[in-house]
Design a binder for this molecule. Structure first.
Ligand code: KG4
Ligand code: ZN
Length: 346
């Protein structure tokens, strides 16, 4: 079946077409178009919801048209395109942004008479791992998912597709939010995550060490606001920062975040006898995080397999939404579907 995915939960406007085969349960990407208002937010060092939503209104239709064209799907007046369903992010996210995608998807569902699947954005980040060029997925259950994005840091247990349980999350800032806020303190370009990763490559590993909150706490909760405060104190103490100090602090920040994410995830994987670990969300694009995960799994002699989506599928995109829609294919009448900014795990 072919599914049109639509994603507008934050500052991206994305549409994608996936082709899913129920037999071997794999998902092939036919197109994935992403328009971002990021350059506009770079000026302000953060997302301004009103600006994001206004841009999404203008991007939405051209992005859907391009996604269809790239997938070889013809859009003609009065004729429904050759897709089987539409999947749309209904939350969590910014209300103005979500509304653009949800109302667009509802309109298409009505005029084309196609089933509409509401999708939780967080499921999308986990299910990006099921998009593969292989014939079948090698993801085995049970699995532990670590969702690390600008808005979320969550650990999730997947006994199977139909039994998904939230284990814990951040008590304050999300890991991506910590990268972004600290990036701003270090006067690095927005978003902070990729900038800190780049700067950290030239950092001395032992120049600084920042706190790892809740590292030995048994709960699967995270806290990153103390890290931000520790960096703020260091920055205030020093006044101006030269390039080497920025690199050294970047290394120590990335190291502290990675340490906590890995320790909690591996503990969860052990407790739940997970066969797979699924990374997802923008921070999962961080190569140092991926490498450190592989190293820790080898060091602990754990048989758990690590999965991370292609880097372009870690940050927000509609392909992951269409994929989650395929695996959680509960269609609803378009009239019943509403945007829910507070949506979380049940
Ligand atoms: O998943 P995403 O696109 O949006 C949300 O759903 O929030 O994630 C965006 C976040 C930003 O905080 C950004 O700094 C972070 O992902 N990010 C990274 C990297 N690339 C993006 N963090 C660390 N290293 C990266 N390479
Ligand atoms: Zn996201």
């Amino acid at each position: 079946m072919k599914i049109l995915g639509i994603e507008t939960s934050c500052d991206e406007t994305s549409a994608a077409i996936i082709e899913a085969k129920s037999g071997n349960r794999t998902v092939k990407l036919l197109s994935n178009v992403i328009a971002s208002s990021l350059p506009l937010h770079a000026k302000t060092g953060g997302i301004i919801p009103e600006i994001a939503a206004r841009n999404q209104l203008t991007f939405m239709l051209p992005v859907v048209k391009k996604a269809c064209k790239d997938a070889g799907i013809e859009l003609r007046e009065q004729i429904a395109p050759e897709i089987d369903a539409i999947a749309v992010t209904v939350g969590p996210g910014l209300i103005g942004s979500l509304l653009v995608g949800v109302e667009t998807a509802k309109t298409f569902s009505y005029i084309w008479n196609k089933p509409l699947i509401p999708v939780n954005h967080l499921f999308g980040h986990m299910y990006a791992n099921f998009i593969t060029d292989e014939q079948t997925t090698s993801i085995d259950f049970p699995a532990i998912a670590l969702i690390v994005s600008g808005g979320h840091t969550d650990l999730v247990y997947l006994e199977g597709h139909n039994k998904i349980q939230w284990l814990g999350g951040t008590r304050d800032d999300a890991s991506g939010e910590a990268f972004d806020k600290i990036g701003r303190l270090l006067k690095l370009p927005y978003p902070g995550g990729p900038s800190i990763e780049k700067a950290a490559k030239n950092g001395h590993p032992k120049a600084f060490r920042f706190p790892r909150a809740l590292l030995d706490d048994k709960a699967f909760d995270f806290s990153f606001s103390g890290l931000k405060t520790a960096v703020l104190r260091e920055v205030q103490k020093r006044g101006t920062l030269d390039e080497q100090v920025v690199a050294d602090i970047s290394f120590a920040v990335q190291d502290a975040i990675i340490d906590v994410l890995i320790k909690k995830t591996l503990t969860a994987a052990e407790n739940y006898a997970a066969k797979s670990i699924l990374l997802g969300g923008g921070v999962a694009a961080n190569q140092a995080l991926r490498d450190a995960f592989e190293k820790s799994l080898a060091k602990e002699h754990l048989q758990t397999k690590l999965f991370a989506p292609k880097k372009s599928l870690c940050t927000d995109n509609a392909a992951m939404i269409a994929t989650a829609g395929f695996f959680h294919n509960k269609t609803h009448p378009w009239k019943d579907i509403t945007a829910n900014p507070e949506l979380y795990f049940d």
